[in-house]
Design a protein around this ligand. Structure first.
Ligand SMILES: Cc1ncc(COP(=O)(O)O)c(C=O)c1O
Length: 433
């Protein structure tokens, strides 16, 4: 090529949740049975889709309107339905004009960061769901700017660090929260959210809240939505169908814009995001038509409650199986459906290994584990080779911490018990090796 093809941010794009699948498939081809613990897809893990949901979707397939384009911002009646729900929270008041439907929150995330000035930065949590950190680093052409979630304090954010980074870095224009959080399972306390809003107000920032798991809480926790606490600070709420219905294959999510009238620059950003979607015409119509029918169905809440109870029970199994292991930090979870299991600083070493029976798998893992591989990724490769369990290293979630993320989605109790007991014995063997 006569010159560079790529944006400087191209190297920031990492999505280990799927990248690890390539490695797992190599082991699979060698005869290792893989247990997929890498991705937050409840449907893949067997969460039952009730017949009444299927009937709604099947009924819409009989409606010709579901085959057409819809308005760029999304189906109007659906936006009216959602605006009423948000307004009923009693905080920010929005109209159907303050929405933009996207093809999943993943699409929404890339739209939001893509057109920001490269020098305007969004500070986000570490660890973080890597679609955010990659999109942010990608737009800036530099590594993401982060605030730490503290594993020794229930994974709550280090507020002093957040405040100081905002204060001393005038490039920061926004704060990202993921609430409930992926990958930690933490739910932001209301007082912390209010403090974040106060920082945003003081430094004239906007807030992005990824609330895709907002109704997936348990153990007595409730996720307070950004709309409830934002006051007159500009903000964006990100919500979707993938996790709560669950319907990840719908590729349906949306943005809610709060206080666009309070800051002209923020209003220009919102207009630009809408213009970007207009170039694509609109997002998928059928799931948008389904959304009000699904969420207002008389059986929806019971369905959601029952899945949340199951997640809570699995969260307990993970905690009880792993929390007393020497060398590890394990927190209880309160929302979403993941737990981040950490190695204490210094316990992972580059010589550690697991016994791998399959000779081909042993040879492969030894070559993968060589060289400049983060120590938690090395552990994850050994776990794959020796047990077939496919988890994701925490260092891939924009973090300097070392550990791995598990999902709380396994439907079969026997399989779940086996998974976590096997992980426990793998940790013990690896650390003692
Ligand atoms: C925090 C968070 N945001 C967004 C997404 C992507 O959601 P969608 O399926 O709507 O693209 C995920 C998926 O795991 C997620 O965990």
């Amino acid at each position: 090529m006569r010159r560079n093809l790529l944006h400087p941010g191209a190297t920031e794009l990492v999505y280990e949740i799927r990248e690890i699948v390539k490695k797992a498939n190599l082991f699979k081809a060698m005869g290792v049975a893989i247990h997929w613990e890498n991705i937050g897809d409840p449907v893949q893990k067997g969460t039952p889709i009730p017949q009444w949901m299927k009937d709604i979707v099947a009924g819409l397939a009989q409606d010709s309107a579901s085959y057409g384009y819809c308005p760029t911002k999304g189906v109007l009646s659906t936006r009216e339905f959602l605006a009423a729900r948000t307004n009923a929270l009693g905080g920010a008041q929005i109209t159907p004009e303050d929405f933009l439907f996207c093809n999943g929150v993943g699409d929404a995330i890339s739209k939001v960061y893509q057109y920001l000035d490269p020098d305007s930065r969004i500070i986000g949590p570490s660890p973080a769901y890597s679609t955010h950190s990659s999109a942010e680093g990608g737009h800036a052409g530099k590594p993401p700017i982060t605030y730490q979630l503290d594993p020794n304090n229930h994974w709550y954010p280090d507020m002093e660090e957040l405040r100081n980074k905002v204060k001393f870095n005038p490039g920061i224009v926004g704060i990202l929260i993921i609430n409930p959080d992926n990958p930690t399972g933490m739910v932001y306390p209301e007082s912390v959210l209010r403090e974040i809003v106060a920082i945003a107000k003081e430094y004239k920032l906007f807030i992005i809240a990824d609330e895709i798991y907002t109704h997936i809480t348990y153990n007595g926790a409730k996720a307070v939505q950004l709309a409830e606490v934002i006051g007159d600070v500009p903000g964006i709420g990100m919500k979707g169908l993938s996790k709560e219905i669950p319907w990840p294959g719908s590729r349906c999510g949306w943005l809610e814009f709060y206080n666009t009238d309070k800051d002209p620059e923020f209003a220009r950003l919102v207009k630009t995001i809408e213009d970007a979607k207009m170039l694509e015409v609109c997002s998928t119509t059928l799931p948008q038509l389904a959304l009000p029918k699904l969420l207002s169905h008389p059986q929806f809440q019971a369905h959601r409650d029952s899945i949340n109870n199951d997640i809570a029970a699995r969260g307990e199994v993970v905690y009880n199986t792993l929390h007393d292991l020497p060398g590890m930090i394990v927190n209880r979870t309160y929302g979403a459906f993941y737990n981040s299991i950490l190695f204490k600083p210094g316990v992972l070493k580059p010589h550690q290994k697991l016994k791998v029976e399959n000779p081909q798998a042993r040879e492969l893992v030894e070559s993968l584990a060589e060289g400049d591989v983060p120590l938690d990724k090395r552990f994850v490769y050994y776990v794959l080779a020796a047990t077939g369990i496919c988890v994701v290293p925490i260092s891939s979630f924009c973090s300097d911490l070392l550990g791995f993320r598990v999902t709380l989605l396994e439907e079969d109790p026997k399989q779940q018990k086996w998974l976590y007991e096997r992980l426990r014995s793998a940790i013990e063997e690896y650390l003692a090796s």
